[in-house]
Design a protein around this ligand. Structure first.
Ligand SMILES: Nc1ncnc2c1ncn2[C@@H]1O[C@H](COP(=O)(O)OP(=O)(O)OP(=O)(O)O)[C@@H](O)[C@H]1O
Length: 365
């Protein structure tokens, strides 16, 4: 664990053993004041470091990131036009897809070749553009699913039921605490299908926090959220940072980006084309050319209640059907069938339970 890091006008506190650090607004401003606004810029205390990551679909290079560092204890906004590669990069960093090349690590520990649940256990979790709430399960059960992949869970249930029961009790308690944090406790016994779009986003965040993560990656957390709930959702995202977690989030709305980001990474055509403080974005020519000046459509469509409509509704249904099939077959939602599918969360996945590996075991590509 690094000691306190010298920082312009003071020192950057050393992280806790779980990789978290609480920084006030002044510390975050001072911290980024010394970071050059250029792609691949080194950060004073990066928690995630990625290098040479490429992912090609057919002839299309969806991701081609030379170098990226994510500063600990801060909110990094990831922006870019539709198709820039933001979601694919999230998928790669969290083990839901495999790159053609590249390495990335959290606090020096390599994360490549790991399954999503192994990446989560290392401290990096993510949410999805289209929420993955299972509508026919209760809100509480959905949150408890975030703990799937607990070490030795299935073996414990068979061989040592008393140990398993204790773990189950702890999981339930933690799920209740998280539901209270996100003000969903009154709904814990309701079916997840009855929640609004914004509540589903909160549910997904609660589920992601079940593993007590260091880094939380949120893919378009505001998509489909009723404007009335936007401020409260933003407050919840800031509260993750206030607890010392590192947040990376994809967002299209520049007002949201300016409101909560400490640092912004801009992608276009698979690459990081700029990095900047939120205030510096409009002065960055590359950003203006590639993003702010470019016309782009929202990829997903929602009604005024935050429910997916049109093509988005069809995709959401297919995604849920595939997940129910996975669960019914005894599979783990955190284990994608890498190698058989190219995981992209807006495309329904089939038979992801087919993948298997022993706990904490890396696998070959
Ligand atoms: N599984 C896949 N199979 C084929 N092409 C894919 C797949 N996943 C992503 N792509 C393509 O890779 C490119 C990057 O897509 P990606 O979804 O990562 O972009 P994005 O920046 O997240 O876009 P958006 O803002 O619309 O969500 C796009 O051209 C997309 O069509």
């Amino acid at each position: 664990m690094p000691d306190d890091t010298p920082l312009h006008g003071g020192t950057l506190p050393a992280p806790t053993p779980d990789g978290r650090v609480r920084l006030d607004a002044a510390a975050r401003t001072a911290l980024f004041a010394q970071v050059p606004g250029e792609p691949g810029a080194a950060k004073p205390d990066p928690v995630l470091v990625a290098s040479g990551i490429t992912r090609t679909f057919g002839g299309l290079k969806a991701v081609d990131v030379d170098h990226l560092e994510i500063q600990r204890g801060c909110i990094t906004g990831l922006i870019g036009p539709n198709g820039a590669g933001k979601t694919t990069l999230f998928n790669l960093l969290t083990g839901f897809d495999r790159p053609d090349s590249g390495t990335w690590s959290m606090d020096g520990a390599p994360l490549g070749k790991l399954y999503p649940h192994q990446v989560a256990r290392k401290g990096v979790v993510r949410t999805f553009q289209l929420t993955k709430a299972l509508s026919k399960l209760t809100v509480l059960d959905n949150v408890k699913l975030g703990a799937t992949g607990q070490k030795g869970e299935r073996m414990l249930a068979t061989l040592a039921p008393w140990v398993w029961r204790k773990q189950e009790r702890e999981i339930t308690e933690r799920a209740h605490d998280l539901l209270a944090r996100f003000k969903l406790d009154a709904k814990s016994d309701d079916l997840a299908g009855s929640l609004s779009g914004g509540q589903r986003k909160l549910l997904e965040m609660a589920r992601a926090l079940m593993t007590d993560p260091t880094v939380v990656m949120l893919d378009e957390p505001m998509a489909g959220v009723n404007p009335a709930l936007t401020q409260s959702l933003l407050g919840h995202i800031k509260s993750l940072r206030d607890d010392g977690m590192t947040v990376v989030f994809v967002e299209h709305d520049m007002d949201v980006i300016r409101d909560i980001s400490d640092w912004v990474v801009v992608m276009a055509q698979g690459s990081v084309i700029a990095e900047s403080t939120p205030d510096g974005l409009s002065q960055n020519d590359a950003v203006v050319d590639a993003y702010l000046g470019a016309h782009h459509d929202q990829a997903l469509e929602f009604d005024e209640h935050g429910r997916p409509v049109g093509e988005t509704a069809v995709l959401a249904e297919q995604l849920e059907a595939a997940e129910i099939e996975t669960l019914e077959a005894g599979g783990d939602l955190a284990e994608p069938d890498i190698g058989h599918t190219t995981q992209h969360q807006t495309r329904p996945q089939q038979g992801r339970h087919a993948a298997s590996a022993s706990d904490d075991e890396s696998r070959d590509r």
